[in-house]
Design a protein around this ligand. Structure first.
Ligand code: ATP
Length: 454
């Protein structure tokens, strides 16, 4: 990724003499040059410049501004965070203002006064560096939950709830499809509580055979059954003082549901084969992707246990329903894979990013994490593309869950686009430009849809 303290400057200028002069003047920076829109786009993709100095008169319209304006728009849709400084002729103020409307950051007149240009560049570097730091801070602190990245309003509500109930002894059950981050939330409940320095013990009720589950949970005394060669404590006892996370609680065998209920009511256990009652102080957090209420109706889950473990339910939405999270998480995982494997993949191709946003991610965040890990390792280019991502693009057409009223569809699309633009730019002016609307209109829409800004 771009080093914000050592900026890269892309100069887009078709006048060779001026180009040389600028390169010579800015020899303390990393400079890339381009003399056409196509070259500028290729260079922007490859080097992610911080600043772009761009002439408005570019071929095939060197005496007009049409190509220059198009170049600004294309560069900004590719690199919404870069700062474009437009070079204009003395009498081109109107064009300069149009360029600013399109998203350019500033303009300066030709012939170039290098002292003025130096001042502008220094200011732009400072602003860009601050914005970049804020963007990074916002991503890591938006949820204020360690290891949980989100910008989705529903998820941010979940994070608020987690912070509120973490310090309490409430028994929570986290509901949601596989891979949505239920264990991340369970760990957050532990880490944000006073029990944080005590153990967090997780047990996956679906992964342990029924006949071993009781000894796994409650432990056993020596000689309790053949093979019990020494006294062994179970997960509940091992979690003493901390948190016990019962994952896939819907798979708990009925015989053990009674024993678990007794433990939750009396807070004592007996090891298998033992007679002594052992007092235990643990906070219990459960999770499931099953519908416990219908399991109660079919007689597969005890109603009394349900009420014990669901003093508070925390519902985690699937990734496909979260606004802005697909892009945010994809970038987060790509950064992580880059770091962990010493790679330097700069981002996604436009096609790949569209595919990431259109795909439903049935395996949720886990699927995305794994997919990006393998794709990045296969990637030999600067940008991760469709060849590595291997996501099938959705066929055109209307799925049943798209059959909403026109108003609902529009509202959903507006909220999604606004949240994504803000997540991508972390700057309301740039977001408005990216969306092709004015800043006041963006404010009105944020207010209308009650979109949170932090
Ligand atoms: N919001 C998030 N930000 C970053 N990483 C996340 C997020 N949510 C989930 N993950 C990562 O995705 C993976 C799956 O998350 P987790 O195990 O918590 O899901 P789960 O809902 O408990 O899955 P299962 O139901 O299969 O047990 C983990 O590696 C986790 O770190």
């Amino acid at each position: 990724m771009n080093n914000i303290d050592q900026p890269t400057i892309l100069i887009v200028e078709d006048d060779e003499g001026l180009l040389k002069q600028l390169c010579w003047h800015f020899d303390q920076y990393e400079i890339i040059t381009a003399s056409t829109r196509a070259e500028a786009l290729t260079a922007a993709k490859q080097y992610t410049p911080t600043i772009i100095l761009q002439d408005l008169g570019l071929p095939p319209d060197p005496d007009g501004v049409s190509e220059g304006m198009k170049c600004i728009q294309s560069l900004l849709s590719l690199q919404p965070n870069c700062k474009i400084l437009v070079m204009t002729g003395r009498s081109e103020e109107k064009n300069a203002l149009r360029a600013i409307e399109l998203g350019a950051y500033d303009f300066f007149p030709k012939p170039i006064n290098t002292d003025t240009l130096d001042l502008i560049i220094e200011r732009v570097i400072r602003v860009h560096s601050l914005e970049e730091k804020n963007r990074q801070k916002r991503i890591s602190s938006s949820s204020s939950i360690p290891n949980l990245i989100t910008a989705d309003p529903t998820m941010l509500d979940v994070c608020n709830l987690v912070r509120k109930i973490a310090p309490t002894p409430i028994t929570c059950t986290i509901l949601g499809e596989s891979g949505v981050g239920k264990e991340v939330i369970a760990k957050a409940l532990h880490n944000l509580s006073e029990r944080a320095d005590k153990p967090f013990m997780a047990i996956n009720c679906a992964a342990i055979p029924d006949n071993l589950m009781e000894s796994e949970l409650f432990g056993y005394e020596k000689g309790a059954f053949s093979g019990a060669i020494k006294q062994t404590i179970g997960k509940i006892e091992a979690a003493e003082g901390g948190t016990l996370f019962l994952d896939e609680i819907g798979d708990m065998p009925p015989s053990l549901q009674v024993k678990l209920l007794r433990f939750l009511q009396q807070r004592v256990i007996q090891r298998v084969g033992g007679v002594k009652e052992i007092e235990i102080d643990v906070r219990v957090v459960c999770a499931t992707n099953k519908n416990l209420k219908s399991m109660i109706e079919s007689g597969d889950f005890r109603e009394d246990l349900f009420y014990r473990i669901c003093e508070m339910e925390i519902d985690i939405p699937p990734l496909r329903n979260r606004q802005g999270d697909k892009t945010l998480l994809a970038r987060h995982f790509l950064d992580r894979v880059n770091q962990e494997n010493n790679l330097n993949i700069k981002g996604f191709t436009e096609e790949a990013l569209n595919a990431i946003n259109q795909y439903d991610w049935p395996g949720n965040v886990r699927e995305m994490e794994n997919r990006l890990k393998t794709s990045a390792i296969m990637c030999n280019n600067n940008y991760l593309g469709m060849d590595e991502l291997l996501i099938e693009q959705k066929a055109e057409g209307v799925s049943t869950d798209q059959l909403k009223t026109l108003k609902e569809t529009r509202t959903h699309a507006e909220i999604g686009a606004i949240t994504q633009a803000i997540a991508a730019t972390n700057n309301l002016s740039a977001a408005a430009k990216l969306l092709g609307i004015s800043r006041p209109t963006l404010y009105d829409m944020i207010k209308k849809h009650e979109i949170p800004l932090s």
